[in-house]
Ligand binder design. Structure first.
Ligand code: PEP
Ligand code: MN
Length: 448
């Protein structure tokens, strides 16, 4: 593996979606500080995840990747992190039990703080006046508050990302190894409002089945470690080069570079240029990585990306996360999957049913229809089933809370409800009920 390119040479590639920092010395200081910080994840853990995704690539496991569109520093609270973890654990149990597949669990958390934007600026009407300011690019870059001061990119925030990610990951690790993720907690994860909803009741009855099975296993003397803890991994979009570069380290065991800011990092739809900085940097690290592929992706683009990012064709190394939109997936995806497969490329195929289905409600809120999300997932399964390839997983924007950001679903949230509890600072997330409903529907798709 060749050396890690330096930051200047990456920027010289005209890196897309980077903050325009006003003070270069402050950037250098933040990068220098980050380079001294201990790894957030270990290279060996990244390798374990690669092995697990290799099983996804072979059609033997299913990837569940989910979390906020954008984490916020204010969102690093015990309740918030626990609620996200809980909904992911519940979804994983539904998929494992009802879908009968091992589930690889990856949070979009502990690092998901930087956002690519379709416009560099945002215009709002303030006191009857039209005001244009730099767009919010995530807490990693600038503040959400709509004031000129808050929107100035501040490199100290990169150090804050490190600290927020460390706190989040510490809590997640404590939860998953400290008994919270024990399968015997399968009922406890459901003990609040969800129990009173139809989907909560459906979950309860499944949990009762699982509990009976666990009691039976215990009675016959089987009580494996897997019942008491789960493997849970972190992931985020590798977007701000300063941060990802500073967190890229040579692993002493293997002499290979790993980006130790998260187990799995991905390249977004807007930064996947073949000669671009992000593809270059991620081609040099040994973590399992993903690339988002939107509806304009040609099979040649995907094949060239695979050649650059996974030249040794290692299973588990590369995941293609397709995000076509419900209206385009059935038409667009087959050619891509067919040609990538025919080229003999080892990739895990994962569906992001969120980013191709965003629209603006008349009230101005960015939203998504639950029905479109499910329709894209169904299209993804249909295409892979027809081609004999494995629909390897789902990549979802969700929260463990009862927010009102996506319309539809069993609660029949309407556009008029969006203002009740819209908390996302970026894209709309499925709430807890909608997330669980998705898991049950995907489990059905898996069974067929
Ligand atoms: C995202 O995952 O939040 C995102 C911006 O996705 P994409 O790169 O697919 O647009
Ligand atoms: Mn998003």
């Amino acid at each position: 593996m060749s050396a890690i390119p330096d930051l200047e040479s990456l920027h010289a590639r005209g890196a897309a979606q980077q903050p325009s920092y006003p003070d270069r010395a402050a950037v250098d200081a933040a990068v220098t500080k980050l380079r001294t910080m201990p790894p957030l994840v270990f290279a060996g853990e990244c390798d374990d995840l690669t092995d697990k995704i290799a099983a996804v690539t072979r059609g033997e496991a299913f990837l569940l990747q989910g979390g906020d569109c954008a984490e916020t520093f204010a969102g690093v609270t015990a309740d918030n992190v626990r609620n996200k973890l809980r909904v992911l654990l519940q979804m994983a149990v539904v998929l494992t039990y009802a879908g009968s597949v091992p589930v690889v669990k990856v949070g979009r958390l502990a690092g998901q703080y930087a956002k690519p934007r379709s416009s560099d600026n945002e215009t709002r009407t303030v006191d009857g006046q039209s005001v244009t300011l730099p767009a919010y690019r995530g807490d990693a870059v600038n503040g959400f508050e709509f004031t000129p001061e808050s929107r100035v990119p501040d490199p100290q925030r990169l150090v804050d990302v490190y600290n927020a990610s460390a706190a989040t990951l510490n809590l997640v690790r404590a939860f998953v190894t400290g008994g919270y993720a024990d399968l015997r907690q399968v009922h406890t994860w459901n003990t609040d409002f969800v129990r009173s909803s139809p989907i909560g009741q459906r979950y309860e009855s499944m949990a009762a089945d699982i509990e009976r099975a666990l009691t039976f296993m215990k009675a016959i003397g089987a009580d494996p470690d897997e019942f008491h803890r789960v493997d849970f991994h972190s992931s985020h979009e590798a977007l701000v080069l300063e941060y990802e570069h500073a967190m890229t380290r040579i692993d002493s065991r293997t002499d290979a570079p790993y980006d130790v800011s998260g187990h799995f990092v991905w390249i977004g739809e807007r930064t996947r240029q073949l000669d671009g900085a992000h593809v270059e940097l991620l081609s040099k690290i040994r973590n399992p990585i993903g690339v988002k592929l939107g509806p304009t992706t040609s099979a040649d683009d995907a094949i060239a990306l695979a050649a650059k990012l996974n030249p040794d064709n290692i299973p588990g190394r590369l995941t293609f996360i397709t995000r076509f939109g419900a209206g385009k997936i059935r038409e667009g995806l087959p050619d891509l999957v067919e040609k990538v497969t025919a080229a003999g490329l080892q990739v895990a195929w994962v569906c992001d049913p969120m980013h191709g289905n965003t629209f603006e409600a008349s009230s101005g809120y960015k939203t998504r229809k639950f029905e479109d999300v499910i329709d894209e997932l169904q299209g993804f399964f249909d295409v892979h089933r027809a081609l004999g390839t494995w629909p390897g997983g789902i990549h979802i924007e969700l929260t463990g809370d009862d927010v009102t950001e996506c319309v539809g679903g069993g609660e029949e949230l309407a556009e008029i409800d969006l203002g009740n509890r819209y908390e996302s600072v970026c894209d709309p997330r499925l709430n807890r009920v909608q997330s669980l409903e998705t898991a049950f529907l995907v489990a059905e798709m898996l069974r067929k």
